[in-house]
Write a protein that binds this ligand. Structure first.
Ligand code: PBG
Length: 328
């Protein structure tokens, strides 16, 4: 009778052993909770396609962030629902808008939290695109890259002044990291971190977010500025450019269908990498969980550890609060 020489199962026999040889860890330290802030008081409106997530007014948001901080989640990223929209998204830089007001309140009431502000115009334009529209050389309407840059820079400056530690441009215009870095530095804010959504794909996985943030494009799609899902080498070029322009952390988005990109970016650049576990990824798990088809808690934790295993240091996820509770 011959025995197997190598017994891989030996180290899997008991949880105590498994814990000792575990290669990847997930901690609340890795998490960022995305939150949607709106006008009003006492408002908590659940987002139909994202059960467990709500649009919140500043007072409710402050409470929510207090709970997240108590659970050990170090950071939140804010998205705004403005009262008014126009063709150029000017309310993105309104110091009285929902995001700056929330930042100021959180800076005061939850000082331990790192405050991230998403920087984009799509929640603030009446057409839902990420910048002002012009006609291109073929007579097709498209977002103007260079008219968008100063507006993003101005919004970033307003958020930094209101209390943001981190600004995170998600628009995918060329040159926006440099434009934002210059604007912040000129304002004496060399301390503000830039997380660039460097490899952001034109993805159908953003569907529920667009309901949450009221940012569905009124015509066309975002394929002239967000990346083609078929491309990986292009993602590395995007990351290289953003780092060159001064990005401190680079993001890959979405996460799950793009774990190979997370891996390549981490391997190639060795910089802090964030991955965005986006709304559609969240909604699918919640929906199947509600139907009783999957164990959503186990699935969520498996997803999060797989994003860590692929190389992400930071995960933006709507599961942040639930995961932090389980990890406590
Ligand atoms: C804004 C933005 C989007 C998301 C984050 N910032 C939507 C989009 O590009 O249409 C998506 C986040 C998610 O789906 O959870 N540009």
């Amino acid at each position: 009778m011959s025995f197997p020489t190598h017994r891989m199962r030996r180290l899997r026999r008991a949880e105590a052993l498994r814990r000792q040889v575990r290669e990847t860890r997930l901690s609340p330290d890795n998490l960022v909770a995305p939150l949607f802030v709106c006008a009003g008081e006492g408002v908590r409106r659940e987002i139909a396609s994202m059960p467990g997530c709500s649009q919140m007014s500043v007072d409710v948001l402050v409470e929510e962030c207090g709970e997240l901080a108590a659970l050990g989640v170090p950071a939140v990223i804010l998205f705004g629902l403005p009262d008014r929209k126009d063709a150029v998204g000017s309310s993105a830089a309104d110091p009285e808008g929902p995001v700056p007001r929330a930042l100021a309140a959180l800076r005061r009431d939850v000082p331990s939290l790192a405050l991230w502000a998403d920087v984009c115009l799509c929640e603030y334009t009446d057409h839902g695109h990420c910048g002002p529209i012009v006609e291109d050389s073929r007579g097709v309407r498209d977002v103007s890259n260079d008219a968008t840059l100063p507006r993003l820079a101005e919004a970033a400056r307003v958020y930094a002044r209101a209390g943001a530690d981190v600004v995170a441009p998600s628009d995918m215009m060329d040159g926006r990291v440099a434009a934002i870095r210059h604007a912040l530095d000129d304002d004496g804010r060399t301390d503000v971190v830039i997380v660039s959504y460097a490899a952001k794909y034109a993805s159908a996985f953003y569907g529920p977010f667009r309901e949450a943030a009221g940012s569905t494009p009124a015509f066309g799609d975002r394929r002239s500025y967000q990346m083609d899902p078929a491309n990986a080498l292009e993602a590395l070029r995007e990351v290289a450019l953003d780092l060159d322009e001064g990005a401190d952390i680079v993001m890959v988005k979405p996460a799950l269908a793009y774990l190979d990109i997370v891996w390549r970016v981490k391997e190639r650049f060795g910089v802090p990498v964030a991955a965005y576990n986006v709304s559609g990824e969240y909604a699918m798990v919640r929906a199947a969980g509600r139907a009783g088809w999957i164990d959503e808690t186990r699935i969520a934790m498996e997803i999060l550890i797989s994003i860590r295993r692929a190389g992400a240091d930071i995960i933006l996820t709507y599961f942040a609060k639930d995961a932090a509770r389980l990890l406590a």
